[in-house]
Write a protein that binds this ligand. Structure first.
Ligand code: ATR
Length: 273
């Protein structure tokens, strides 16, 4: 029987993961299947365990199950441990379940694809929810000079800094006190979903500033439009992060790294329509 992989979520109908992984499998000559599984809100663990007992080798996990996936693992990567959430489950040969988190790796891979070397950059991360937490360690390991975290609710940004303070140069500021410009500004908040922009000073944007919104859509996100209107040097959306996290999951499972570019080009053309 073909080795099965899947993405679990609720809802899951619009997930691009089956398409992405099917393209990766074709490109790398791997024989596998990848499906989308709608897990009941109150039965994620049972749903995954049934899958694992039926030739399920690995799975991606999306909203709202990343914390539940974290809890069911027998072992966790350091990145998953610190993220407090798991987006990649692997069923090991002895039946144990290992959890990884590749979301932040996808972000850093996409930043490097767009910008090259990240060494020495001053980076501002907006948001302190799950998406932000999953990104901090990969950012601190990427060579950047310093990471500053701001959030609408400042206590949450401070709590993140507490978790990661021994892993690199990371600090927080009240969101209304950010006065200087940054090399890279990453919006990890869900504000673009409602067409809003976090309340940060326009002084954060200089002509060389690269703005990255983890959200993506047919049109530019509200945050990227705001950044462009202030003269940001480059704006990037999160489609490449999505493909990047998938590539990192695929290489954990299959020990082969697929090419991101052709899949990203395909998804982009479908998105624009
Ligand atoms: P996710 O897992 O996608 O990060 P989350 O954990 O619910 O989702 O976190 C959402 C993040 O977006 C938080 O940082 C939230 O700020 P608060 O902690 O103050 O709630 C931020 N957020 C959501 N809507 C926002 C808005 N309109 N403006 C600014 N920040 C917003």
């Amino acid at each position: 029987m073909t080795e099965r992989y899947a993405v679990f979520g609720n809802p899951i109908g619009h997930s691009k993961s089956p398409k992405i992984h099917t393209m990766f499998a074709k490109e790398t000559g791997q024989s596998l299947s990848y499906e989308a599984i709608l897990a009941p809100i109150d039965a994620f663990e049972a749903s995954f365990k049934e899958f694992a007992a039926n030739e399920g080798y690995g799975a991606n996990v999306t909203v709202p199950f990343k914390e539940q996936a974290f809890s069911l693992c027998d072992e966790l990567s350091e990145q998953a441990q610190l993220a407090g959430a798991v987006n990649t489950l692997s069923v090991l040969a002895d039946g144990k379940i290992r959890g990884d988190n590749t979301d932040g790796l996808g972000l850093v891979a996409d930043l490097k694809r767009n910008l090259g070397d990240l060494c020495g950059l001053q980076v501002l991360l907006i948001g302190a929810g799950g998406a932000a937490r999953g990104s901090v360690l990969p950012l601190l390991h990427s060579g950047i000079a310093k990471l500053t975290i701001v959030n609408r609710t400042q206590a949450k940004a401070e709590a993140l800094v507490e978790i990661f303070t021994s892993y690199g140069d990371v600090t927080s500021l009240p969101i209304t006190h950010v006065g200087q410009s940054y090399d890279v500004i990453i919006n990890s908040t869900s504000s673009s979903l409602s067409g809003e922009v976090p309340n940060i000073s326009p002084d954060t944007i200089a002509p060389h500033t690269v703005c990255y919104d983890m959200m993506y859509g047919k049109q530019s996100t509200a945050f990227n439009l705001w950044a462009k209107s202030l003269g940001a040097g480059q704006t990037i959306d999160g489609l490449g992060m999505l493909v990047g996290q998938a590539a990192a999951s695929f290489s954990i499972w299959r020990k082969v790294t697929p090419s991101v570019e052709p899949v990203l080009a395909q998804l982009r053309s479908e998105l624009i329509g």
